[in-house]
Design a protein around this ligand. Structure first.
Ligand code: DX5
Ligand code: ZN
Length: 219
């Protein structure tokens, strides 16, 4: 099993973004996690295409784009052109989720759906075979540095059941409050991709923290 570490650049120092991107390039991280927030779907605004383009210019690893925006269909093509390898939209933001998933794939990207803490995984039953990734939010989306919600473990197990015999290669990603203290338990529960912002960037040696996270997935 390959485990993925995806540092969230939301927690990077935007005044030194190139430095932080190079740190990720040189680290054992697998993907760049790019959090796009619109101030409507979530109560915060992060960044959009100009920052995304700057990241793409320097990043040597895939861009995992997490869209916390309403009406994502309008922008999928543009995010794909801006260099997204994976695009994850929120279940709660998509009235026609099946169409949105097909749009992501038609744009040449891997397709993911994110679930807020209150959204049960069973709601994905009829699209699960079409997905490359499900992102289980372990905090309410909008901000870095929040506390991990414990019910996430149960949701990972529910998702494991849902994909059995249907889509066992699906990536089970967890985002929010993930760090050295819980990554091992999340691996045991069945998750295989981990987003971390604060737990990486608030440490003295972020590359070393990434390395530690990676080795905890191997135990
Ligand atoms: C939250 C974002 C996360 C966030 C995680 O809305 O989707 O990706 O950056 O930050 P930490 O790891 O600090 O909880
Ligand atoms: Zn995210």
């Amino acid at each position: 099993m390959k485990y993925i570490i995806a540092p969230s650049i939301l927690s990077a120092d935007f005044g030194n973004l190139q430095r932080d991107i190079e740190m990720i390039n040189q680290s054992e991280a697998d993907w760049f996690h790019v959090d796009v927030m619109d101030g409507v779907f979530v109560p915060n605004i992060s960044f959009g295409f100009p920052v995304m383009a700057a990241v793409k210019k320097h990043a040597k690893k895939p861009l995992d784009v997490h869209l916390m925006i309403v009406e994502p269909d309008k922008y999928i093509q543009e995010f794909a052109q801006a260099g997204a390898d994976r695009i994850t939209v929120h279940y709660e933001a998509c009235t026609h989720l099946h169409r949105t998933i097909q749009l992501i794939k038609a744009a040449g990207c891997k397709a993911g759906v994110a679930l807020n803490p209150h959204t049960p995984v069973t709601l994905l039953q009829d699209v699960i075979g079409d997905l490359d990734l499900v992102l289980i939010m372990s905090v309410n989306p909008g901000f870095g540095g929040q506390q991990f919600i414990h019910n996430t473990y149960k949701k990972i197990q529910d998702l494991k059941h849902l994909i059995q015999g249907v889509n066992e290669d699906l990536v089970i990603q967890v985002d929010g409050g993930v760090g050295l203290q819980n990554i091992g338990t999340l691996v045991s529960a069945g998750a295989n991709a981990f987003v971390a912002g604060n737990a990486i960037f608030a440490t003295d040696d972020p590359a070393e923290t990434i390395s530690k996270m990676k080795s905890l997935t191997a135990n």
